[in-house]
Design a binder for this molecule. Structure first.
Ligand code: ATP
Ligand code: MG
Length: 587
């Protein structure tokens, strides 16, 4: 079927939408792929829905190829299973909870581990039934704290989620590998420039986990890579822990006046001015900065937390958030200060921090704060710091936390060289759930010896609607979108220009022949629309091959333009179908 611009439900826009700040959002709205319905909630217009379905097809084919079977769950789900795994509460404000007319609790599914686990429990009981992988392509609902960038982070979005069920860990590894390979094929076919990185498992629980990130400056995720092949989401980077340092020679800690030094810079200047070191000047890394936050737990309780990091590093919000999940990080307010009078704002130190100390506030430090390291830090009195405070001798934190920022040049945890940071968009996530859900929901099967064993699971997600936006982030220019062929809404954007009936007749014939040859055609058959407008639209819409039938027709030629390379050439009308079919086959 030929798509015709004259009747296609499409209005392209010349202006960027006011609420859009990333290219994919601007272009998808301007090119008539999506329309906003509410914050983080979008409608799909004909072209957008075609792209979405093309992506679904790729995902479906690759999932089927590894033997995963497609099912489809409701989006509207009962509370009980989520209660059994504690996620009714743990999901916090991100969960859309709804009531039915009888007052019963329901939710709009943010992810479906519980439902899949229960379904398999319902029907399967033997090791002979396994391995099993099930998947669905479903609309998910999450009341994201910051819906962003159109469909890149929506509150309603389409996800492919699959789940594997195995009787042993070895069998699980095969299911995991199969998914990993399927994901590589999916993201290759989507034409994305991506990396596979080690990841945190987040609210899902479980241990091993990897993410597929589309490389993009506008991505919300930061990842690191080393020359030796280490790659991880910054959230998952483990700081190499230094060896303990001997401290027999370190003088006793001494409190010094450091007036007007509430920041690390002012403190370092003051130290160098008043307490110079003999070996080298003081630096920010010699200081221990104590940052206060509040953790809001899913049950609503608020817990203050103190984090000690070397003064040359900031606390990375995302790293911290990943560590304390499902709790949410909130600011430590003036009221919180008022409630903890032992805290001297700007001069907070280990003297009062810690569960056993005066403030009672849990105190976690950066893994670099090992026994014997000596620090300049707050003396818990206004305008005073303590020097030569030795970890393990003068203070003992309640534990460590991976919250300090990771910087370019930091050593990779596996010794594979200096890290380099870059940004990406999380497109897919594969992880080992282990027995968290099967245990909570009682999914057991009989093994070869007739013994009941708990099934081990994996969970695997692809952001299908997010992929639409990520592909555009990866592939666009000033003029518009540039689709990879397999996801494009058409193979050829055929433009008829001018007023001449002969041109429209020839274009019409060509459209029909291409269609008959299996080429997907978007035909700009509009009369009375200027060539300039038609060309602009064709570049905005982003179909990979643009064919212009116009003036050249008198000489028996048409123009074929590659939207991706910008290259144009003339092709004889007689040879056009064969050429274009070949071109589309080539990708
Ligand atoms: P993120 O860290 O980006 O919030 P997540 O870790 O919450 O993602 P998963 O729960 O693993 O994501 O979901 C699987 C996939 O679904 C993700 O890899 C991503 O591609 C997609 N996804 C998650 N949240 C959204 C959203 N709000 N909008 C669009 N796609 C999403
Ligand atoms: Mg999320």
């Amino acid at each position: 079927m030929v798509l015709r611009m004259s009747t296609l439900f499409l209005r392209t826009l010349r202006e960027d939408p006011v609420d859009a700040d990333v290219p994919s959002h601007k272009l998808l709205v301007r090119a008539g792929y999506i329309r906003r319905a509410a914050p983080g909630i979008y409608s799909w217009l004909p072209l957008g829905y075609m792209v979405l379905r093309n992506i679904e097809t790729i995902v479906r084919e690759e999932m089927n190829a590894i033997g995963a079977q497609e099912v489809h769950f409701p989006a509207l789900l009962p509370r009980e299973p989520y209660e059994a795994t504690n996620r009714w509460e743990e999901y916090g404000d991100s969960l859309f909870r709804v009531k039915d007319r009888k007052g019963g609790d329901y939710l709009l599914g943010p992810t479906h581990e519980e439902m899949f686990t229960l379904l398999v429990k319902d029907l399967y009981s033997s090791y002979k039934d396994l391995p099993l992988s099930l998947y669905q392509i479903q609309t998910k609902y999450r009341d994201e704290q910051r819906p962003r960038a159109g469909i890149l982070r929506g509150r309603e979005f389409v996800m492919k989620d699959s789940y594997s069920f195995d009787v042993s860990d070895e069998a699980f590894m095969r299911s995991y590998q199969a998914h990993r390979e399927a994901y590589i094929k999916i993201f290759d076919r989507l034409g994305l420039d991506y990396v596979i990185v080690a990841a945190m498992s987040g609210a899902m629980g479980g241990s091993a986990s990897e993410e597929f990130l589309a490389i993009a400056d506008n991505g919300e995720d930061t990842y690191v890579r080393s020359p030796g092949g280490y790659a991880a989401n910054v959230e998952a980077v483990r700081t190499p822990v230094p060896a303990p340092v001997p401290y027999d020679d370190v003088p006793a800690a001494h409190v010094e006046d450091t007036p007007d030094t509430p920041t690390i810079d002012t403190l370092v200047d003051h130290l160098n001015g008043h307490f110079p070191r003999s070996d080298r000047p003081w630096g920010a890394a010699d200081t221990l900065k104590n940052v206060l936050v509040v953790l809001r737990h899913p049950d609503g309780t608020r817990e203050p937390l103190a984090i000690g990091v070397p003064g040359d590093r900031e606390v990375d919000e995302k790293r911290l958030a990943a560590q304390v999940e499902p709790a949410e990080v909130q600011p430590f307010t003036d009221e919180d200060f008022a409630a903890h009078p032992t805290l001297a704002k700007g001069y907070i130190g280990p003297g009062v921090l810690g569960e056993k100390n005066a403030s009672g506030i849990r105190y976690l430090v950066d893994p670099r704060v090992v026994e014997g390291t000596r620090w300049v830090t707050g003396a818990d009195q206004h305008g005073k710091h303590v020097i030569d405070l030795v970890a393990g001798r003068d203070f003992t934190p309640d534990g460590t936390i991976e919250a300090a920022e990771v910087r370019d040049g930091d050593p990779a945890p596996d010794g594979s060289g200096p890290l380099e940071t870059a940004r990406g968009i999380e497109m897919g996530h594969i992880f080992q759930l282990g027995r968290k859900y099967s245990e909570a929901l009682g999914l057991r099967v009989l093994d070869e010896n007739g013994k009941l064993v708990t099934v081990t699971m994996g969970s695997y997600g692809v952001g299908v609607s997010r992929a639409v936006a990520a592909i555009v982030e990866n592939s666009h220019d000033e003029a518009g979108i540039i689709w990879p062929r397999e996801v494009a809404p058409a193979d050829v954007h055929l433009v008829a220009t001018g007023k001449d009936d002969a041109v429209f007749d020839a274009a019409e014939r060509l459209a029909g022949e291409l269609d008959a040859a299996g080429v997907r055609v978007l035909y700009d058959d509009r009369r009375g629309v200027s060539p300039g407008v038609k060309f602009k639209d064709s570049e905005l819409v982003g179909v990979p091959t643009i064919v212009v039938v116009g003036r050249g027709l008198a000489d028996g030629v048409i123009e074929v333009k590659d939207r991706r390379s910008g290259e144009r050439r003339e092709v004889a009308l007689d040879a056009a179908v064969t050429e274009l079919v070949d071109l589309c086959r080539a990708g």
